[in-house]
Ligand binder design. Sequence first.
Ligand code: FEO
Length: 132
Amino acid sequence: MPLFEWDGSLALGHELIDAQHKSLVELVDQLHGACLDGAEGSDPRSVLMALYKYTMFHFSEEERLMKQANYAEYAEHKAEHDTFVSKLDALAVQAKQGRADIGQETLKWLVAWLLNHISVVDKRLAACLPKG
Ligand code: FEO
């Protein structure tokens, strides 16, 4: 059973951002799956690193869009991104050392953070951007 699924209710009406959020949701769910079954090819550490890299890419894309649009809430929004990156950073360092705690509490935190960020903070941003 998926932990986190893209069901369209998180869509913000911005094609690029929605596509990237869908990928993020899928990566978090892959991380959950990798933690559960540990099947070959689904090492939690490699999925975590993929999530980390994709998150950095997505945040840089949103930050680029915010700058282009002279978005008034850029600083607050970027601060939220930085909080999430700090958490992923700590997990990535632990993963490289072979001691990442990617347990249920961490997974729940990732899901809760993303749900809140997308549905509140990114929603405000998407409303101010040209559709793209
Ligand atoms: Fe979609 Fe602000 O991250």
